[in-house]
Ligand binder design. Structure first.
Ligand code: 26Q
Length: 799
């Protein structure tokens, strides 16, 4: 059906009518999208079946990537590209008077994630399939993904997201493979054949129904699976109040939790975590048992990866299955578990390290809690032998302490590999945050620097730039991203540079057109597009960016001799609904934007734009249109960052701190091609250990800081009095935890370098192309190869 334009057209016309029950003329864009989706699904079905059969046969070792988030975005366009049929489809549709891009726009984003961690999981799935590796995702089919953001009078308002409202063509509901998940009840125990047997009684049972999404590799026959679990009532469960039971069950897969490091732990979140883990492990074990009666060699055929600690209950759940259902001894079960599970840490922020109070976890998961206790006791006993008498050290390492279960400790003790997501992050884990564990298990710790799917973030998001690159160096980079290094000589090639500049200008124009609708005025596409798009969080320091804009405004107003190259500052960010400080920063961005964009003295020099409802599909338009990428976290706080890589591969230059993967970008492109500034990670951490620095001194001694900080509270912004006081206080009264004022002067200098360099358009383009040439290392293909070789020990399918 995709073999030629003609056969596609015929097939498409026929299918629209059959599937939608209307004439082609009357079909809507949504009808056409759904038809095309079904055609793609049918087209790949033989390969999906084949990949599935191979994985069922358990000949190849399989990896399962457990994640509470998968931020897929849209799939149609990427699937067509990966199948190599996008051109045929596009031309065929054009002849039918339809624009493929319009059809692609009809797809809702699958936004089952907050940010970096969830999008990383999605990029990993693309790379696994594209490298023919046997790796599958497992997650939750949230009815509502990450909230939809509306801005009302400069304030964020959250609306429920509805990605399933028209159904979802990419999923197959496999009710026949449903499993039961049990909560609560009592643990029963009896002697049986010389050993203790445990089982649960009076538990609340729910059904986990898998919805499988095919993950189509780029120009390969591999079609892996993302299995998303839906929570549904179970006929086995006897409950007098059926409506209450139904409501409570469905709540488990109702909503994605915001990454709310400020919210108190919610029992429902714990339920979600166990639901994901228990359903996934049961289905993995079931599949393994098709071919292997015993689980003694399970770890040789199965690798289970936990994406942060959210699925860390995989450790006790696998133990439960091996002990209670497979009747293994503790030592056998522990050997299999620790050799099956591997763990990635994504943060060192103390407030983001998960802990669950015993009084929450014990009644909800009584058998799991017993097993965690046993793990803890054995681990502490082992530590006691290793460090006799060192109570303090043992207490720090324990899995259970002070009435709480520490999920990171459980994950480290119960796995064979613990990795950070960029060199500096892994070093901080080893030398500081997890140093005690590193002393105990040095062999578990390793680094896997993050990567992005270059096929989504360049090939799909920026076709003209992808074509230009292919014309220059051929298309090898699509499968071998590090061959983008072949572009290096083109950084001195005038024709190439001019084409690059033309494409960048076109992408900026498109973004300006898109913004016009929402911001109400035409942004100058020749201005510097300076962009910060990411979750809103104090450590990411959107505030530093805003204070710098306020400083520029003040200078432009006060000094008529001061001129700058026009710069448009673009923000996109969602704030967690209960994170009040973050919401104030969103309001501040709007207040600054309002003032500047309406001021005839400055609006031709600077503009400030806030893009509402930032998500994967808008990100795909933003990166190609950016000149400057803001990666300005307080050093040591951003584990890696992945947005930085998406900007880089689209030829934006980074202004950034020595943090996360920025450092590895700098190592590749050199100091001339990246604008670094600010404290180093060690400096930040050393200050933090001593209780911080004296921010008030910076306020007193730097007039630029004083002026902008005072403007937060002195009526400079009309409207609600005292609105930005909490921001002012965070800087002055609470000692500026994230070093905004300390890095301020250095940030201004870096911005001034940008202003100067941008004047030389040719030099700027050379730097941009150098960045693209070195971006191949940051492809998730490289990252996934490293996971496959060093952690999971999996090999590609031989088709
Ligand atoms: C915290 C407490 C209780 C429950 C949940 C959470 C929670 C949930 C989600 C904490 C953190 C997250 C998400 C974290 C995240 O997205 N981290 C980012 O991961 C990226 C991929 O590795 C990195 O590039 C970013 O640096 C990191 O911030």
């Amino acid at each position: 059906m995709f073999s030629s334009k003609e056969s596609f057209k015929q097939c498409f016309l026929k299918r629209v009518e059959r599937l939608c029950g209307k004439s082609f003329r009357d079909s809507s864009t949504l009808d056409q999208y759904q038809t095309l989706g079904i055609m793609v699904r049918e087209h790949i079905s033989a390969n999906w079946i084949e990949t599935n059969e191979r994985s069922r046969s358990n000949q190849n070792k399989q990896t399962y990537y457990l994640s509470i988030e998968f931020l897929l975005g849209r799939l149609l366009g990427q699937n067509l590209l990966n199948l190599g049929v996008r051109e045929i489809v596009k031309e065929g549709l054009t002849e039918l008077g339809i624009c493929l891009e319009d059809i692609e726009e009809a797809e809702m984003d699958a936004g089952l994630g907050n940010g970096g961690l969830g999008r990383l999981a999605a990029c990993f799935l693309d790379s696994l399939a594209s490298l023919d590796l046997p790796g599958h995702g497992m997650g939750i089919r949230y009815k509502h993904g990450f909230f939809e953001q509306k801005i009302v009078d400069g304030h964020q308002v959250e609306l429920p997201e509805q990605w399933l409202k028209h159904g979802y063509v990419w999923e197959i509901r496999n009710a026949d493979q449903a499993v039961c998940v049990r909560f609560g009840g009592r643990v029963k125990m009896a002697q049986e054949g010389g050993r203790l047997r445990f089982w649960q009684e009076d538990a609340e049972v729910m059904t986990a129904v898998p919805h499988d999404i095919p993950i189509i590799g780029y120009e390969t026959k591999t079609v892996n699976t993302l299995r998303l679990w839906n929570a549904e009532p179970c006929s086995l469960h006897h409950e007098p109040n059926i409506l209450k039971y139904k409501r409570e069950t469905e709540a488990v897969s109702e909503c994605l939790y915001p990454d709310d490091t400020h919210d108190e732990g919610k029992i429902l979140r714990l339920k979600q975590q166990y639901f994901l883990v228990s359903a996934s492990l049961q289905s993995i074990v079931k599949r393994y048992k098709n071919t292997h009666p015993s689980l003694h060699d399970f770890h040789q055929k199965v690798a289970i990866h936990i994406n942060d600690t959210h699925p860390a209950l995989a450790v006790p759940e696998l133990m439960r299955i091996l002990l209670d259902e497979e009747k293994m001894t503790w030592d056998e079960a522990w050997h299999v578990t620790v050799h099956t599970i591997s763990y990635t840490n994504h943060t060192t922020l103390a407030e983001a390290l998960e802990k669950w109070r015993i009084d929450l976890i014990k009644p909800l998961l009584p058998r799991i809690y017993m097993i965690i206790e046993e793990i803890n006791e054995r681990f502490c006993g082992w530590l006691w032998e290793k460090y006799p008498g060192e109570w303090e050290r043992i207490e720090k390492l324990a899995v259970i302490a002070h009435g709480e279960v520490k999920m990171a400790h459980l994950a480290i003790v119960g796995s064979y590999s613990v990795n950070g997501v960029a060199n500096i992050h892994s070093t901080i884990l080893k030398e500081r945050e997890m140093n005690d564990f590193y002393s105990v298990f040095p062999f578990k710790f390793n680094n896997k620097t993050n990567g992005i799917s270059h096929r989504r973030w360049l090939l799909k998001a920026n076709p003209p730039l992808a074509n230009l690159i292919t014309e220059a160096i051929g298309d090898r980079w699509l499968k071998d991203p590090e061959s983008l290094l072949d572009l290096r000589p083109f950084a001195n090639d005038s024709a190439f540079l001019e084409s690059f500049q033309r494409i960048k200008r076109e992408r900026k124009q498109l973004l300006a057109d898109m913004m016009k609708g929402s911001v109400g005025f035409a942004v100058n596409p020749d201005s510097i597009f300076d962009v910060q798009v990411k979750r809103l969080h104090a450590y990411k320091r959107q505030l530093l960016n805003v204070l710098h804009i306020m400083y520029l405004y003040n200078r432009l107003k006060e000094d008529k001799g001061f001129a700058i190259y026009p710069q448009t500052f673009i923000f996109g960010a969602k704030a967690s609904p209960t994170y009040h400080y973050a919401k104030k920063v969103i309001k501040l961005i709007h207040s600054v934007a309002d003032k500047i964009n309406h001021d005839p003295d400055v609006r031709h020099s600077i503009n400030v734009i806030f893009l509402e409802n930032y998500r994967v599909s808008t990100a795909e338009r933003i990166f190609p249109a950016s000149d400057v990428s803001e990666q300005i976290s307080a050093a040591s706080k951003e584990a890696s960052g992945t947005g930085n890589m998406k900007f880089m591969i689209n030829g934006a230059l980074t202004i950034g701190t020595h943090d996360g993967a920025n450092i590895e970008m700098l190592e590749r492109v050199g100091t001339e091609c990246i604008y670094t500034f600010g404290l180093k990670a060690d400096e930040v951490l050393d200050y933090a250990e001593k209780g911080g620095y004296l921010s008030r001194e910076y306020y007193q001694h730097d007039a630029r800081i004083r002026q902008t900080a005072d403007q937060l509270i002195n009526g400079f912004f009309e409207g609600e009095a005292g609105e930005f006081e909490p921001i002012y206080d965070s800087l002055i009264a609470y000692n500026d935890e994230y070093f905004v004022l300390k890095d301020f002067a250095s940030y201004i200098v870096a911005q001034e370098r940008i202003q100067k360099d941008y004047l030389n358009k040719r030099l700027w383009a050379e730097k941009a192309v150098t960045n693209i040439a070195h971006a191949g290392y940051f492809s998730s293909d490289r990252t996934i190869r490293e996971y496959a070789d060093d952690i999971w020990e999996i090999k590609p399918y031989q088709h």
